[in-house]
Design a protein around this ligand. Structure first.
Ligand SMILES: Cc1ncc(COP(=O)(O)O)c(C=O)c1O
Length: 372
């Protein structure tokens, strides 16, 4: 007998579910996972090799369990870029912000508790909730994907979640949540009961506005989560981090695996942090390419959601087959974009100017075809 998943005593809530999986297809232009299209510069690659070589000499030992040097550097990066003084004690790092979010839900969610996010948003929030046994509540957004404060406050009062996710800029829609809305949601949640509010700022470096990090002042239930996967162009590194009151960092220690962050990861991330200026230079190019995508898609007749991220949500595709058929037509032209399952909409990540040209050509041809 060759058993499948259904023959195994898998937890009930996992039965019949699908794993996260953006297609990894071998096509000329891949603009579907919000990666940074620019490879790391040679000087940084050399520095990584040097740092990893040094770390390799000590791989017989477990790594620094508390990642002290890395957290110190991350705190300095946050302080330099936001003007808000963050200390090492208020920073924690893990293998991608997905692991940071998982540790937060292991600590503050779990069986008998719930988390709420305003959907559509980053689908992993719900999946990590499921994986940690946390109940998931889908909070509302308006049809234009902004958050309706009154409806959101009603949802908080009705469901009394233990954890609230606010993704800003939001994925997949690209729009940022105004600071006043985040503050109001934080206060509304606390008015119901002590609630952890996780602001997922994975894309904040691409935003027209500022980070919400300064809101941490005097708010021990607020957490800001960040990643090196996007702005730093290091998705393959797997390094995410959070900033919060030091008590939150202490709490997360209760669930983190010992030595979760390998010495090789720590060495690589430290090398990348030495090249922050060069890496953030690419962010400026991507922001202007993102703005070009928005302008040209609109000029072609598409509806586009205002974007503060390195991607753009565009539509609408209401004809036969809807957005999935449109996704396939763009793929037929060698360009992979993302169908997040939001009826009528697709998402494209900002690539290099050449990749974006290829995408815009495909989008224009599709428009012609659909208006014919
Ligand atoms: C909103 C948001 N948060 C978190 C992540 C996770 O990023 P990583 O685990 O690579 O740090 C992503 C990745 O796409 C994202 O879109």
């Amino acid at each position: 007998m060759n058993p499948g998943i259904d023959d195994l005593p898998v937890r009930d809530e996992l039965r019949g579910k699908s794993p996260y999986g953006a297609p990894q297809l071998d096509v000329p232009v891949r603009l579907n996972t919000n990666e940074n299209p620019y490879p790391l510069p040679d000087a940084l690659v050399d520095r990584i090799a040097e740092r990893v070589r040094e770390a390799a000499k000590h791989l017989n030992r477990y790594p620094d369990r508390d990642a002290v040097e890395l957290r110190t550097r991350l705190a300095a990066y946050l302080t330099d870029t936001t003007g808000y003084a963050v200390s090492r004690a208020g920073v924690w790092a893990a293998n991608g912000s997905n692991e940071v979010l998982q540790q937060l839900l292991q600590t503050f969610g779990g069986p008998g508790r719930t988390a709420l996010g305003f959907e559509p948003s980053y689908s992993m929030h719900a999946l990590i909730a499921r994986g940690t046994g946390t109940g998931w509540i889908s909070g509302p957004r308006r049809p234009d994907f902004t958050i309706d404060l009154r409806a959101a406050e009603d949802a908080l009062a009705e469901h009394r979640p233990d954890v609230v996710f606010i993704t800003t800029p939001n994925n997949p829609t690209g729009n940022a949540v105004p600071r006043e809305t985040v503050l109001a949601l934080h206060d509304a949640a606390q008015a119901v009961k002590p609630t952890m509010v996780v602001v997922d700022e994975a894309y904040v470096e691409f935003s027209h506005g500022d980070s919400l990090l300064p809101l941490l002042e005097g708010r021990p239930h607020l957490v800001v989560s960040r990643t090196m996967s996007k702005a730093f162009g290091a998705a393959g590194l797997r390094l995410g981090y959070l900033a919060a009151h030091p008590a939150v960092v202490d709490a997360v220690q209760l669930v983190r695996l010992p030595y979760h962050l390998s010495a090789v990861t720590q060495a690589t991330a430290l090398a990348a942090l030495e090249h922050t200026d060069t890496l953030l230079g690419y962010v400026e190019q991507l922001k202007s390419e993102r703005d070009r995508l928005v302008a040209e898609l609109r000029a072609t007749g598409y509806e586009v959601v205002e974007s503060d991220a390195n991607f753009v949500q565009f539509g609408r595709f209401e004809g036969p087959g809807g957005s999935h058929a449109a996704w396939q037509r763009i793929l037929d032209r060698g360009v992979l974009v993302r169908d997040n399952g939001i009826p009528g909409w697709l998402r494209v990540s900002a690539g290099t100017p050449e990749e974006n040209d290829a995408f815009l050509d495909a989008a224009r041809e599709l428009k012609k075809e659909q208006s014919a």
